[in-house]
Design a protein around this ligand. Structure first.
Ligand code: SF4
Length: 693
């Protein structure tokens, strides 16, 4: 086998044993590798109603076919499991598919040890860590590591193994305490942040996996592969967006978001923080804090960084990062412009091992709940969190990670906090229990639909419909023809650039974008090359030729795209099996009832009729039924017939829930006055209509 290692490693934490499983090439043909292999295991080795903390829940690490090769941006590893963080409107104890994608270099090292995938099951009776060195696997006591923060514990492992080249995936105190949004870290500061992968690792009493390997990744057609990889590497290296990102890190996106007024501010109540661009952004962050740049495996972009605070209250603090989402969620989201303080918060969550987005959401929810009078110090054990309060935020983050006092409650994620306190559900911006990232869902409607339809709860990286942003659409106009038929493309350009906040073209754009993004997760590469920002072009141009040269698998572009669709469907099926479908594919009432508070899109909000129309259209593009369940026909077409009985079980749960709440109704027809309703927003940006050149 080429490209792939052809094996996976299964770790049994209960018995402290392991098994190496050989995989046939038709398995790779079907699941393409990467995220596909994880999603297959997570669906087929869990069951409807399963508690994510059940020892049988598999925690899977996977590296794609290009991982460990010379292909650019190929250091990504996907971690997947049934998520403890996400839930359904039907109940916080209903769970579904969860995953996260990490950079660093843990994934390639897994392959050098001889494994495309590591699956962890069971629960050790005491804290344990695992050392993998090629075919040798050892389980060691984590007694001396338990309670340690990420950097310190990683260094201790390297010292114990006397090997600076070992790669370590590890949890911090938050994972040990099963904070529902605990993350997994590797290479010190590469974070697998979302959906609580670290909590499941903690539930297995697994502190860390250290891996070292010496096996080669062989290539089916080396000459062609090197030529293609080198050409793409050159293209990425000199692309203007990569140059900018190398200099500014992902903070360049902060400026782009703020320029068009979509960055979340104050618990995502508005998409615009007045004058913030004068205070901080990519250039300022680089000038003030950048100590050193870093890159994930084989990446010519190098958007990663180490930062160092030279002066002031936090002088001497240094950390890996921060990246843009962390800054947004621990900065404007909590109404702070204290750049040094925000940098410290970002470093702190990495050390504690928590998702910076959900951590920022926990703080900002508490701040808004105080402001609205929903909670008092009685609910928080005497702690008062006001907007912009960095020092109390630090204290609260530490309490969350260690599950102390009010932190123990926040460790459950905002939905469960609001449920337990009986207040503030209206101010939890989320889909399926996972809090939103920093783009306001009332403005960029492709992202908005993507959040709601994402197979892991609210998230832009499952969908990544960047083509809705005018700059991306301009620079990649050729893709519009690929996505839409002639009518659709005309509609897109007729509305340009206001198509960003018009829903008409979004169901089709989202359906294509999520497959486009999925291909990068399958081959194991960073979406920054395949997305609109990295400048490397689309998936066909970027990765499928290299995939074929590396693996020798005879898969056409269309078959790889179909593979992406299969993966999205099995992840969706995981939710449908538990009865979660149309009722969860939406946003909280706030975004339908309350307009954006400030900025160029002041007054903009979602429209319920439009949304119902968009849901139905999106299901049609997928070939699902009107409630968003995967049909038997679609399952058969994709070769996942085993999900058909599960869809019937899920549909029964769904219908019973609708009946209980008197909600059985036909989806509404596409409203005629959609565009008018949307243009009610007072201060739409002054942009000229333009047609395609
Ligand atoms: S672009 Fe950034 S996140 Fe992506 S692989 Fe390169 S360094 Fe890592």
């Amino acid at each position: 086998m080429h490209g792939f290692m052809g094996r996976r490693l299964r770790l049994d934490m209960t018995r402290l044993t392991y098994e190496i499983e050989d995989l046939p090439s038709n398995y790779y043909q079907k699941w393409i590798g990467g995220r596909g292999m994880n999603s297959e295991v997570v669906y087929n080795e869990t069951r409807q109603g399963m508690d994510p903390y059940d020892p049988a829940n598999p925690l899977c690490f996977v590296c794609g076919a290009l991982g460990g090769t010379f292909a650019p941006l190929s250091g990504r590893v996907t971690v997947s499991t049934r998520s403890p963080m996400t839930c359904s409107i039907m109940g916080t104890d209903i769970h579904g598919h969860g995953d996260t994608n990490m950079g660093g270099s843990f994934g390639p090292m897994m392959k050098y040890a001889g494994y495309d995938q590591i699956i962890v099951k069971g629960r050790a009776d005491r804290p344990t860590w695992v050392v993998i060195n090629d075919d040798k696997v050892e389980f060691r006591s984590a007694h001396g590591l338990w309670g340690m923060e990420v950097k310190k514990a990683t260094l201790k492992i390297m010292k114990e193994l006397d090997d600076p080249d070992v790669r370590v995936s590890i949890i911090g105190p938050a994972g040990e305490k099963m904070v529902r949004f605990a993350c997994i870290m590797n290479s010190f500061s590469a974070s697998g942040g979302r959906t609580g992968m670290g909590a499941v690792m903690g539930a297995k009493n697994l502190k860390a996996i250290a891996v070292k390997g010496s096996k080669p990744v062989t290539i089916a057609q080396p000459e062609e592969f090197i030529k293609a990889a080198w050409a793409l590497r050159e293209k990425v290296h000199v692309s203007p967006s990569a140059i900018r990102r190398r200099h500014e890190g992902t903070m360049d996106l902060f400026d782009a978001g703020n320029d068009i007024g979509i960055n979340a501010h104050k618990n995502c109540s508005t998409g615009y923080m007045k004058d913030i661009e004068k205070i901080f952004g990519g250039v300022q962050w680089a000038d003030e804090f950048l100590f050193r740049r870093k890159a994930c495996w084989s990446c010519p972009v190098g958007c990663g960084r180490y930062t160092y605070i030279k002066e002031g209250k936090w002088a001497g603090f240094h950390c890996g990062g921060p990246e843009m989402e962390s800054v947004c969620n621990l900065g404007p989201r909590i109404d702070s412009t204290d750049v040094a303080g925000i940098n410290v918060l970002c470093g702190q969550v990495n050390e504690l091992g928590m998702d910076s987005i959900s951590a920022g959401a926990a703080l900002s929810w508490t701040m808004e709940a105080f402001e609205k009078g929903y909670i008092t110090e009685k609910d928080t054990g005497g702690i008062r969190l006001e907007w912009g309060d960095i020092e109390t935020s630090m204290k609260v983050l530490d309490m969350i990670a260690r599950r102390e006092g009010y932190g123990d409650l926040l460790a459950e994620g905002n939905i469960r906090v609001a449920e337990k306190l009986g207040v503030g559900m209206d101010i939890v911006p989320h889909c399926r229990g996972l809090e939103h990232i920093s783009v306001d869902p009332r403005i960029a409607l492709g992202f908005s639909l993507g959040y709601a339809m994402s197979t892991r709860g609210s998230d832009h990286l499952k969908n990544y419909s960047c083509l809705e942003f005018p700059g991306c659409a301009r620079s990649r106009a050729y893709q519009i023809d690929e996505i839409f038929d002639a009518d659709g493309a005309k509609k897109f350009w007729d509305n340009f650039p206001s198509q960003m906040y018009e829903i008409d073209t979004k169901p089709e754009l989202c359906t294509w974008s999520e497959k486009n993004k999925c291909v990068s997760d399958l081959v194991g590469c960073c979406c920054q090359a395949i997305g609109s920002w990295g400048g490397a072009g689309d998936w066909k141009e970027a990765y499928t030729p290299m995939f074929r040269y590396a693996t020798g698998l005879d898969l056409s572009d269309e078959e790889i795209f179909l593979g992406a669709e299969r993966v999205i469907n099995i992840e969706r099926a995981h939710w449908c099996r538990d009865g979660s479908a149309r009722q969860d594919d939406t946003h909280i009432d706030r975004y339908f009832d309350e307009g954006v508070a400030d900025g160029p899109y002041k007054g903009m909000k979602l429209d319920r009729d439009e949304w119902a129309w968009a849901q139905t259209e999106y299901y049609k593009f997928h070939g699902w039924d009107k409630d968003g369940f995967i049909t038997s026909q679609k399952a058969t077409e994709l070769g996942i017939e085993n999900i058909i009985p599960d869809m019937k079980v899920g549909k029964k749960i769904y219908n019973a829930w609708l009946d209980k709440h008197g909600l059985r109704a036909k989806p509404k027809a596409k409203p005629k006055a959609r565009a008018k309703a949307k243009t009610k927003a007072k201060a739409k940006p002054k942009t000229k209509k333009r047609t395609r050149r």
